[in-house]
Design a protein around this ligand. Structure first.
Ligand code: HEC
Length: 140
């Protein structure tokens, strides 16, 4: 008696599973496939198998423009906290009075409200220098 009830129950469960699997729309199915897709397709921060960790060791793989847009624009496009604005020819020209090497060093080490490397922790010194050159190229 108990056994046959269990068999019936399993039958009902199976039926339910079968029905619901058939009831999926293509969109629902695509959504499920996306959710159960292997995590290997996603590049996680600090993952040694993709670009991010390599960037931390050997400098950023981003272009100077990309680094600027990500790390510098917030202050240098608006002049926030007294940052010289990109494109402000006079503001940048006067920064060169102390010599370009000092300007590079200040961008790398920080100066006053300017955070070291503009907080781009994955940037090498050379990356920061390339971004400073990019700013100067666009401010003359
Ligand atoms: C939190 C805001 C902020 C961010 C983000 C920021 N800066 Fe700055 N930056 C400043 C401020 C403020 C100054 C002016 C500092 C001063 O001279 O008192 C400055 C100055 C500079 C200078 C001139 C230094 C000198 O010697 O005159 C350079 C070059 C520079 N920033 C480059 C960068 C680069 C490159 C990035 C991105 C990687 C960046 N900054 C991100 C705020 C910022």
């Amino acid at each position: 008696m108990l056994k046959s009830n269990a068999v019936k129950l399993m039958g009902i469960l199976l039926l339910g599973v079968t029905l619901s699997a058939h009831g999926l729309s293509d969109k629902q199915r695509a959504g499920i496939e996306q959710r159960i897709a292997p995590a290997g397709n996603v590049c996680m921060e600090g993952d040694s198998s993709c670009g991010v960790a390599m960037a931390a060791a050997g400098g950023s793989t981003k272009s100077p423009e990309e680094i600027y847009n990500t790390n510098c624009m917030a202050c240098h496009a608006t002049g926030a906290a007294g940052a010289p604005k990109m494109g402000d020819v006079a503001a940048w020209a006067s920064r060169l009075d102390k010599g370009i090497e000092q300007v590079y060093a200040n961008a790398i080490n920080g100066i006053n409200a300017m955070p070291a490397k503009g907080l781009c922790m994955s940037c090498s010194d050379d990356d920061v220098i390339a971004v400073v050159d990019y700013i100067f190229d666009n401010s003359q």
